[in-house]
Design a protein around this ligand. Structure first.
Ligand code: NDP
Ligand code: MG
Length: 385
């Protein structure tokens, strides 16, 4: 069997490096054809020397030059920017594009990859938050597989294998609740970025870690799930489960519920997206019941963590509303990480931006890109960034 060619967009990130661990574990099955980064030249160069991909892409102009010089005598082509990303996802050698870029920068490469009839392993949830309806229509039109990497969506996807004829009644997306679970608003006024960056169960990139603390991550995942599994908004529920062992659940029309479980480790959902429909034997950590004698479940606190409520509101409003939510969130998270605004201010600013950006009922791709640009500008104006 020939090896499956993989493009890893965002190879230097948390998901990207774990995807390379998976590729490393199955050298006969997978081949890294493309690796990309934003600005982490040092790590990308190391990865390129190890995996010898056909091409790498760097989106930061200064770091691009650095990588180009470092790889001058290698067989790897070094490309720059969004144009580079758009070029590489079309390579004939690629069977699947793993999109592990953070933020709405992942949208355009996903569109081009689908239009080039590549299967997508999607970690970049922002793609579906910004333009879920449009993306899933393209997936249908071009007949490609959209394989979720996000652990909750991978769980739901795994529960649905073999159930193609059976309609879903409801799904429960599990949420750890993050480091501030159980706290009320007055207890969140003074929290620091160091506290917010300490996730109880997962080690991830900075943006998604802050999103997890503010429950925006769960909001984005509700939107992601709605589009990915073609559900009505009321069919998507969130249940807080602090241990992150049950990765999500599906309830069918006969009341039966299926859950997918395991230790919190992204390597499994990454591997499954790359091997689907097969399951490859691995030596990843196994679940031990004695480590988890009890599993807890509780309701999400939407009054304290308003971001989750805001995400549902944007889904109900439709059009470009979730795109505005996402853009505003990207700006406020960056501002929080730069100590420019407080933790609770993030939802206030997002709500304010949602009121200010013009509503478009049936956006095109260009409308989404323009909404993303405008919403960022307006959010920056609001926080005087
Ligand atoms: P990281 O911040 O760790 O990595 C992001 C990657 O994208 C890096 O390779 C980074 O390059 C690159 N990148 C950043 N900005 C741009 C840009 N503007 N254009 C092109 N490339 C860029 O993020 P994570 O790996 O944590 O998350 C990636 C995606 O996966 C997110 O959408 C997240 O929500 C999702 N996800 C992550 C999980 C996790 O466990 N980490 C779990 C589930 C979903 P550089 O390193 O050079 O900055
Ligand atoms: Mg997740």
């Amino acid at each position: 069997m020939s090896k499956k060619g993989i493009a890893i967009l965002g190879a230097t990130g948390s998901v990207g490096t774990q995807a390379l661990d998976v590729i490393r574990a199955f050298p006969d099955k997978f081949e890294a054809v493309v690796l990309t980064c934003g600005s982490n030249a040092e790590l990308l160069i190391k990865q390129a020397l190890e995996f010898k991909p056909k091409s790498v892409v760097v989106t930061d102009p200064i770091q691009y030059k650095k990588v180009k010089e470092a790889l001058a005598f290698q067989d790897t082509t070094v490309l720059f920017g969004e144009e580079g990303l758009i070029e590489v996802v079309q390579y004939a050698e690629i069977g699947i594009v793993l999109n592990a870029i953070v933020g709405s920068a992942g949208l355009k490469p996903t569109v081009i990859a689908i239009q080039s009839r590549k299967d997508i392993a999607l970690a970049n949830k922002e793609t579906l938050v910004v333009a879920g309806e449009l993306i899933m229509a393209l997936v249908k039109e071009y007949g490609v597989n959209m394989l979720p990497v996000d652990s909750e969506h991978s769980a739901i996807f795994q529960c649905l294998v073999g159930e193609e004829q059976n309609p879903i009644e409801k799904i429960y997306v599990t949420a750890s609740g993050g480091p501030f679970r159980g706290r009320k608003r007055d207890e969140l006024l003074q929290v620091t970025k160091a506290q917010a960056l300490k996730h109880p169960n997962w080690s991830m990139g900075a943006k998604i870690t802050i999103d997890s603390a503010s429950l925006m991550n769960k909001g984005l995942e509700v939107i992601e799930a709605k589009w990915l599994f073609d559900l009505a908004i009321d069919q998507v529920d969130v249940i807080v489960h602090p241990q992150s062992i049950v990765h999500s659940l599906v309830q069918f029309k006969d009341g039966s519920m299926k859950a997918q479980m395991g230790v919190p480790d992204m390597k499994l959902p990454i591997q499954y997206a790359l091997t689907y429909p097969a399951r490859f034997e691995n030596n990843f950590e196994r679940f031990n019941f004695m480590d988890y004698p009890t599993l807890h479940f509780e309701k999400a606190d939407l009054e304290t963590f308003r971001n989750l409520a805001l995400a549902y509101e944007t889904l109900r409003a439709g059009g470009n509303k979730s795109c505005i939510l996402n853009a505003a969130n990207e700006v406020v998270v960056a501002a929080f990480l730069a100590d420019k605004i407080g933790f609770l201010e993030m939802s206030d600013v997002i709500e304010n931006t949602l009121e200010k950006v013009e509503f478009i009922a049936n956006p095109t791709l260009e409308d989404y890109l323009e909404t993303d640009r405008l919403a960022r500008l307006i959010t920056k104006e609001i926080i005087k960034d």
